[in-house]
Design a binder for this molecule. Structure first.
Ligand code: ADP
Ligand code: MG
Length: 683
């Protein structure tokens, strides 16, 4: 077999396995195991050693043991409830094999009288006799049983036996792939090749040996494959030549002077980085990362302003209409009147929309705000120079790449995310982009006071918010969905709404996933205008809207949320100069562990620190829904445990870029680790 065929075996369909039927294949597919390579990551969790056999007289009660006996007699009672029994023995004593719910025919087949049969199972003792109940391992061929049997987390309908059989088969056929790493890298893993590493990975004696070379090497493979793809995408984008923008710093300064605050150092640094990109002759593909309330909007509007002043159009996309409108309003307020701003709304009628589309293509509109609707095919620009996308941390690499292709070569792309994540994860998820980070919060910000309260103490909370309302403040009251799977279950929010309405007549409103979109807009507008005081909602208030007057947030059932999500929710308040409070409500007393977690929130308002802690607790896949984001979950690599491997991969990628190394040797790696959909024409 040549090398190519070799690695393609790993990518072949499960039907390539011997003795695996369509039923098993379908069950595996349900678990997202679609080819042989996917099965390589189905690892043993534990094992039972059945390799040593013993004599009946030496059997140990309660242990898994293997023994070779002869079946002497069947006892098949006529009474339904009683089990079937096969009396067996060796020269040292007697052993019964006991079967509940097994057919006589089956029993006769696996334990024919007079033959030596090897059985293995947990040894019991009943009426002075050894017995094995429902023995799973029975065979005339003792070698099939006298082995170590690995245990796997089972897919429904697939037994341990089948897994052992399948995995063994794959390991036996495992191709020898040509090494893709440099000898220097390989050296760090004691020169273990991919094939050997996989073999080690599946050995029962290696379960849990995360620090061993074989494990580290395979984890590194995953990280490196991801980084390599990111690097390729970056390179491709960097190759795109564009017409550079000319930044008018004077005008920029005039706009900055109009603000009623001074920019933070990180904001200034970010603007400078963006301006550099805008005025360069290669396409910008940049992520602006900053915690909730760190002031990303103004940075992006300055970028828009500079782009417009250079004669280009700008499109700003927000995840919700209300957020799009908020940005639009701010732009109208800040930009001089000769700049024409527009909003495409779901509410605009056909005629209005047609007019907008017409003005866009004729370059009469300088900047347009909207939801994803602004990227429909019907929306055409005359001279689009910058796309800004707000709060889209859940965009996957593929979606981003499509975006970067949109708007043509002259169009720069700026993404914003309020999801501070650890550096290792940023490298993984956003490695295809350049990065600007705002770590510093505006100076006037006060720490959000965070408390935890038992639900039974709700009267204290009511007292507190009465006081707040009397001093002119507004309150968010967040109720999680009762069952996350049923996205429509907002019973708890509705109940709370009814309860609060009685206490605060005419001061409470409610918002949930089923609220009509127009009504939702209306409610949020009224809340912004302080027409009522308490907004009860599910978590849909999570995203980006700025309510400077709301300074209290109550989060019910707080244990249902991860730290990062609590931090995001909490970030809805404390965006102005007022002192803000967050009250986390719990149904029952907190465990020590939960207390520790909540203390992190009480002690810091730094989203980066919080996300790091969150990841240590919950694993990176879980935080903020990255699982759904199209980001590949690593099978072995862990951004916390393996941060050194991430650093190593980053360094190696830099070296490869610098030396312009030929990438063809990495082709199997990329293909196997399933990133080829992104760059199918690599090497
Ligand atoms: P986010 O980064 O979460 O998108 P915003 O851009 O919405 O944050 O900013 C939050 C609030 O902070 C807004 O009311 C904004 O006007 C204000 N803000 C932004 N930058 C500063 C600053 N340098 N000093 C004071 N307030 C600021
Ligand atoms: Mg924002």
């Amino acid at each position: 077999m040549d090398n190519k065929t070799n690695f393609e075996y790993l990518l072949s369909d499960l039907t390539a396995l011997n003795g695996v039927g369509i039923k098993t294949t379908n069950l595996l597919k349900k678990k997202n195991i679609n080819n042989i390579f996917d099965l390589l990551w189905k690892l043993p969790k534990a094992y039972t050693d059945r390799s040593l056999s013993t004599k009946v007289k030496d059997l140990k009660i309660g242990e898994n043991q293997t023994v070779t006996v002869v079946a002497n007699k069947y006892l098949f009672p006529r009474i339904r409830k009683l089990p079937n029994r096969v009396k067996c023995s060796d020269e040292t004593g007697e052993l019964d094999c006991v079967f509940f719910n097994s057919y006589e025919g089956y029993i006769k087949k696996i334990l024919p009288l007079g033959k030596e049969i090897t059985v293995s199972g947990k040894i019991g003792y009943f009426k002075n006799k050894y017995q094995i109940t429902n023995p799973k391992y029975v065979s005339e061929d003792s070698s099939l049983i006298k082995q170590v049997h690995n245990k796997y987390s089972l897919t429904e309908g697939i037994s341990e036996k089948i897994y052992n059989k399948i995995i063994k088969q794959i390991i036996n056929k495992l191709p020898v792939l040509k090494e893709w790493h440099s000898s220097k890298i390989l050296n760090k893993f004691n020169n273990i090749g991919w094939n050997d590493a996989i073999k080690e990975l599946h050995k029962h004696e290696n379960i849990g040996k995360y620090k061993d070379h074989f494990y580290q090497r395979l984890a590194y493979d995953e990280i490196f494959a991801t980084f390599l793809v990111n690097s390729e995408i970056r390179k491709k984008i960097k190759k795109i030549k564009k017409k550079n923008k000319i930044i008018n710093l004077n005008k920029q300064k005039q706009l900055i002077n109009k603000l009623d605050f001074s920019l933070t150092n990180d904001q200034i640094k970010s603007i400078n980085e963006i301006n550099n990109d805008l005025s360069s002759s290669t396409k910008m593909f940049r992520l602006l990362q900053g915690d909730v309330g760190s002031g990303k909007t103004i940075v992006s509007l300055l970028a828009a302003f500079n782009t417009i002043n250079s004669g280009f159009q700008v499109a700003v996309m927000a995840p919700t209409e209300i957020l799009a409108r908020q940005h639009y309003k701010l732009a109208q307020k800040l930009f001089p009147s000769n700049i024409s701003t527009e909003l495409i709304s779901g509410k605009s009628n056909y005629k209005e929309k047609k007019l907008i589309l017409n003005e866009l293509i004729n370059n009469k509109i300088n900047i347009i705000f909207g939801t994803h609707a602004i990227f429909q095919k019907t929306v055409k620009f005359k001279k689009l120079g910058l796309i800004i996308i707000d709060e889209q941390h859940k965009f996957g690499v593929n979606q981003r790449k499509k975006l970067s292709d949109k708007g043509g070569n002259d169009c720069d792309v700026l993404l914003m995310t309020a999801t501070p994540i650890p550096r290792t994860l940023t490298m993984t998820i956003y490695g295809d982009m350049d990065l600007s980070i705002i770590r510093e919060k505006p100076k006037n910000r006060k720490m959000i006071k965070t408390y935890s309260k038992l639900e039974s103490k709700i009267d204290d909370v009511i007292k507190f918010i009465k006081k707040e309302i009397n001093s002119g403040n507004q309150i968010f009251w967040v109720c999680p969905l009762i069952e996350e799977s049923k996205k429509l279950d907002h019973t708890s929010a509705i109940q709370k709404f009814e309860y609060l309405k009685k206490l605060f007549p005419k001061q409470v409103s409610i918002l949930h996933g089923k609220t009509d979109i127009n009504e939702k807009d209306e409610i949020l507008k009224k809340f912004l205008n302080k027409e009522f005081k308490i907004l009860v909602s599910t978590t849909i208030i999570e995203v980006g809207i700025d309510f400077p007057n709301a300074n209290v947030i109550i989060i019910e059932n707080a244990n249902k949320f991860g730290l990062s999500q609590l931090h995001q929710l909490r970030g809805r308040v404390g965006r102005g100069e007022k002192e803000a409070t967050c009250i986390l409500m719990f149904k029952s007393n907190l465990s020590e562990n939960a207390k520790k977690r909540i203390n992190i929130l009480k002690e810091t308002n730094d989203g980066f620190v919080i996300s790091e802690e969150d990841m240590k607790i919950r694993g990176f896949g879980d935080i903020l829904g990255f699982k759904q984001s199209g980001v590949k979950n690593f099978k072995l690599a862990d951004p916390i445990q393996n941060s050194d491997l991430f650093e190593l991969a980053e360094k190696e990628i830099k070296r490869i870029e610098l030396e312009n190394e030929n990438l063809s040797k990495f082709k199997p790696l990329i293909k196997l680790y399933d990133r080829a959909d992104i760059i199918n024409d690599i090497a």
